[in-house]
Design a protein around this ligand. Structure first.
Ligand code: UN1
Length: 501
């Protein structure tokens, strides 16, 4: 393990290739959720700082868009190499800043590495189309062009991976970027920007502006010279961004969480299902947009599944994620602990049966960190609030059903549509499930987490607004289509009119 002890770190902005502070120079503390101790502080920028960054980005974009895409991609190959070289160090910082266990932190950095190489490859594949014209001596094609300046607003739960999902396609496509990272995880943002800087990315292509959502986030959304907004976070904030951005005719790409379910049918391999459920419900302490929050189980296997889940949950060691043996790290902060516990109390009031957990861990040896015990409810009704709302913590609800059709209906009965999963050995059900589960991601015989970066990531209904992160679909967010007609007939040819029928 890389031995990085964080303390007294100071994160400032990176604008036009320079690390810069703000006039006001106000800072807030960054806390390690594993022990509640401060590890540094982050600048709280103002609207004026956003404006400075936008000016730099706008200026840089003219030149950047003229750099051939395969050359733009060379920077990303270099970024990928640097990320690889620093994987262990980055994972250690990530665990101390955000809390996820070290193995998962390594996995998240790997997502960034994969994204760098994948998007670098796209630099030679920004395909348009050629198609016959309806007229003689005329050539028709479509090409893809960058849009301009892109604003990205990222969450704390995947502080590096999600930033790469958004910024790397934007950059390879020829846009420049203003990035506001989550206030809880600016250190990871600084590390990524340092790498982009070391890779020699021209100044103004990536700009980091730290600060609150209300000040910096709003300034990004409202700035007339930012053309695209890509946001991952809560549904409430996403809606507000869509409203403001919509009025200004911006392209707004949103990813706003989930209420994901694993369906376990009576013919499922139960051991496999239990492993998948434990990993996707309690990994990252349930703080993934893709986390499994509901298990929809056929009544014939409910008792056996509960028994096995409880057995496995006993093995989940809680503690500081830097310890390789720990499976469950802290949640992000005290506010999260409170919110999770309120949901648990609500579940009990609603009449669900609490089988395990349901409390804030207060053992002395956990150093004052923010730990919530893995929690299991059963006999949950699909309409209960714990079965409908995103909890973002290690709380799982078991909902019994009588048939495959009912399972699909329950899965689809929530306001979100990010990820879903089914465990079954019946090939007919597999295909019916992938058709009928109304989510952007469907897993067969695997849990709800673990999306790979070269496939589109996002969802239906309250999860998104039709766009996707990562995969080749990410380029649709950051590029315009341009249709080009070349008439080499030397005469006026009128489409639709001078066409022989
Ligand atoms: C998120 O929680 O917002 O599919 C991202 C997964 C990860 C990404 C999660 N690859 O679970």
């Amino acid at each position: 393990m890389a031995n990085i002890q964080l303390s007294g770190e100071k994160v400032i902005n990176y604008i036009n290739g320079e690390w810069t502070s703000s006039k006001k120079a106000k800072f807030v503390t960054i806390v390690n959720p594993a022990d509640g101790q401060p590890i540094g502080e982050v600048l709280q920028s103002s609207k004026e700082d956003v404006d400075l960054a936008v000016q730099a980005a706008k200026q840089a974009q003219k030149k950047w868009s003229r750099v051939p895409a395969p050359q733009r991609a060379q920077y990303l190959y270099q970024v990928g190499e640097l990320l690889k070289e620093r994987k262990e160090k980055l994972a250690s910082i990530l665990t101390q800043e955000m809390g996820k266990v070290i193995e998962e932190a390594r996995g998240e950095v790997q997502e960034g590495i994969d994204m760098a190489f994948y998007m670098a490859g796209e630099g030679r594949r920004l395909f348009g189309q050629t198609t016959p014209s309806e007229l003689n001596d005329k050539f028709a094609m479509s090409i893809r062009v960058p849009i301009g300046v892109v604003g990205i607003i990222t969450p704390w739960n995947f502080p590096i991976a999600i930033a790469t999902w958004k910024s790397f396609p934007a950059i390879v496509a020829g846009n420049t970027v203003i990035w506001k990272p989550a206030t809880e995880t600016p250190l990871m943002a600084r590390e990524l920007v340092k790498i982009l800087d070391e890779a020699g990315l021209p100044k103004g292509v990536m700009n980091l502006v730290c600060g609150s959502g209300s000040e910096v986030g709003s300034a990004i959304v409202e700035h007339p010279d930012i053309d695209v907004i890509s946001f991952t976070g809560s549904n409430e904030v996403g809606r507000a961004i869509a409203e403001k951005g919509g009025k200004l005719l911006k392209r707004v790409s949103l990813e706003m969480g989930g209420k994901n379910a694993v369906i376990v049918m009576e013919d499922a391999d139960l051991s496999l299902a239990v492993e998948g459920i434990i990993w996707s419900a309690f990994g990252t302490s349930g703080q993934r947009c893709t986390a499994c929050s509901r298990v929809i189980v056929h009544e014939n296997v409910k008792a056996e599944l509960e028994k096995r889940l409880l057995q496995e949950m006993k093995k989940l060691t809680i503690g500081n994620g830097l310890n390789e043996d720990v499976k469950i790290g802290p949640v992000i902060n005290k506010g999260a602990l409170k919110k999770i516990h309120e949901f648990v109390e609500m579940g009990q009031e609603e009449g669900a049966d609490l089988l395990a957990g349901g409390y804030i861990v207060q053992e002395e040896d956990l150093d004052g960190g923010y730990y919530y015990a893995p929690t299991l409810f059963t006999n949950v009704r699909p309409d209960m609030r714990i079965a409908q709302e995103e909890i973002f913590g290690p709380v799982l609800s078991i909902i019994p059903v009588r048939s495959f059709e009912e399972a699909v209906e329950v899965n689809n009965s929530v306001a979100y549509g990010l990820s879903s999963s089914i465990y079954t050995r019946d090939v007919n059900r597999v295909f019916a499930a992938q058709r009928d589960l109304d989510t952007g991601i469907v897993y067969i015989n695997a849990g709800t987490t673990g999306a790979e970066i070269h496939l589109p990531f996002g969802g239906t209904k309250g999860t998104g607004n039709g766009h996707r992160d990562s995969g080749v679909a990410a380029l649709d967010v950051f590029m315009e289509w341009k249709s080009v007609y070349v008439d080499f007939s030397g005469k006026l040819q009128r489409a639709q009119i001078d066409v022989e029928s």
